[in-house]
Design a binder for this molecule. Structure first.
Ligand SMILES: *Cc1c(COP(=O)(O)O)cnc(C)c1O
Length: 439
């Protein structure tokens, strides 16, 4: 029987306002933070709590080297320096991406070269990356969005064939694995963010902070020399040329983490696995039930990927052919009206359509930099336009964001599924009220 949709004034399907029942161990955070204040350990690098946490995270991931920084984005900047990105280079990065993932390379004078995503996984498409490699490509940047791991086999194969390092943005992937190996040990150099507060911040969150991991001694020493001035024990760690000649003030930059932020992350590490496993179970249940909903397709993960974390929620893609006369925007509004905390449609951003990448930009003033005229071997910047990335741009109209939960209130998942079922059963009603769209 036809039911009035909530968007048209009918009864809302989802009844709970705040479904998440998991609570942060706030007392533990307070105890550790107070302890640091009492001991006046509020600045330390290579020692004290930051070092304890680095050892714990290295242990957890299996990474040979692990170092904390003040942000995920500065960890990425240090990673670009580590792999040798400089003026006149190109760095490939997905347009369905994030500016903070590659800004570090841009400010070193490298030009971002955007690429497409794989429509099944919404992650950087290795074949498309390969088609954009030139003799100026100095790094490939990929993001393990929402904890879903990129196709590391294909990416590492490209790395080996072209000898181009992969800089991984694992801001969402503290609990993710590829073929049984923890992210942070699979590729060349990997950066995590500690931004925000749990349960909705980065999988490990301490307000602000970052982590860099690598198994590569050269990359490790090079990033130490870049931004870890005054770090305890660093002089002894700098054994490679030319870093070994530097003193303890190295190259003068200081991107160390704040111990109070690391205190949160250290407490968070105790529950990371639990939170990831609960979210994986939630996704599995939800996606199994959404398989019966024709109007959306659930986003896939690669077979070898085990993904935890789920920062930024889960992704499904609206299927307009299955719901004639309804567009993704109306569909999302109808879900929201039913009480589903849905977002979108769309990716975070289409990077190539930001002003500076469409028009070019005088980055350093006086007509200098990688987004203007000829620069350090780079040809004049051509700029991007709408239509340059048909796969990503088309998906950008249809990607829907759904929250994932650690301990959802009992019955919540059933109600979310019921909301999708209600729209499915009343598709004609939804179409009749949709703004008519000529395609
Ligand atoms: C959060 C985030 C970063 C870096 O974050 P900081 O806020 O600098 O810690 C990088 N990439 C992605 C995709 C992110 O979400």
């Amino acid at each position: 029987m036809a039911e009035q949709l909530a968007i048209h004034g009918g009864q809302q399907t989802v009844t709970h306002d705040e479904p998440e029942r998991w609570e942060r161990p706030v007392q533990k955070e307070k105890d550790l933070v107070n302890d640091l204040i009492d001991r006046l350990e509020i600045s330390a690098a290579g020692s004290g709590l930051p070092k304890e946490f680095e050892d714990a995270f290295a242990d957890y991931t299996g990474a040979k080297h692990c170092v904390t920084l003040n942000h995920g984005s500065t960890a990425l900047e240090a990673a670009y320096y580590a792999v040798g990105v400089g003026p006149g280079d190109e760095v490939i990065t997905p347009t369905a991406g994030y500016i903070g993932a590659y800004a570090g390379a841009l400010h070193m004078g490298a030009r971002p070269v955007f690429c497409e995503v794989d429509p099944d996984t919404l992650l950087a498409d290795p074949a498309d990356i390969e088609s954009r490699i030139t003799d100026r490509t100095a790094a490939i940047n990929v993001t393990h969005w929402n904890g879903r791991v990129c196709d590391m086999d294909a990416l590492l194969e490209i790395r080996d064939r072209y000898e181009i390092p992969i800089v991984e943005d694992a801001a969402h992937a503290h609990g993710s694995y590829w073929d049984g190996e923890h992210i942070g040990t699979v590729g060349d150099i990997c950066c995590f963010s500690l931004q925000g507060v749990n349960p909705y911040g980065k999988p490990l969150a301490g307000g602000e902070g970052g982590i860099l991991t690598t198994n590569n001694d050269e990359y490790y020493q090079r990033q130490l020399s870049y931004c870890h001035l005054h770090r305890s024990g660093m002089r002894e760690e700098l054994t490679h040329e030319p870093y070994t000649h530097l003193d303890y003030e190295v190259l003068g930059k200081k991107y160390r983490s704040h111990p109070l932020a690391i205190a949160f992350a250290k407490v968070g590490l105790e529950t990371l696995e639990y939170r990831c496993n609960r979210r994986i179970a939630y996704r599995k249940q939800l996606f199994e039930r959404l398989a019966d909903i024709d109007a959306v397709r659930t986003v896939k993960t690669y077979e070898k990927s085990d993904s935890g974390g789920f920062y930024g929620g889960l992704r499904v893609v609206f299927q307009p052919d299955e719901m004639p006369g309804v567009d993704a925007e109306t569909y999302v509004s109808a879900l929201q009206a039913e009480g589903v905390d849905a977002g979108g449609p769309g990716f975070h951003y289409m990077e190539h359509l930001r002003y500076q990448f469409k028009q070019g930009y005088d980055l350093w003033g006086n007509d200098r930099g990688p987004l203007g005229g000829e620069f350090c071997g780079l040809p004049t910047y051509e700029g991007y336009s709408k239509g340059d990335f048909p796969v990503s741009e088309e998906l950008d109209q249809r990607v829907i964001i759904l929250p994932s939960y650690i301990e959802p209130k009992p019955g919540h998942l059933d109600e979310v599924v019921a909301a999708f079922e209600k729209l499915e059963a009343n598709a004609e009603q939804l179409a009749a009220h949709s703004p008519t769209k000529t395609l």
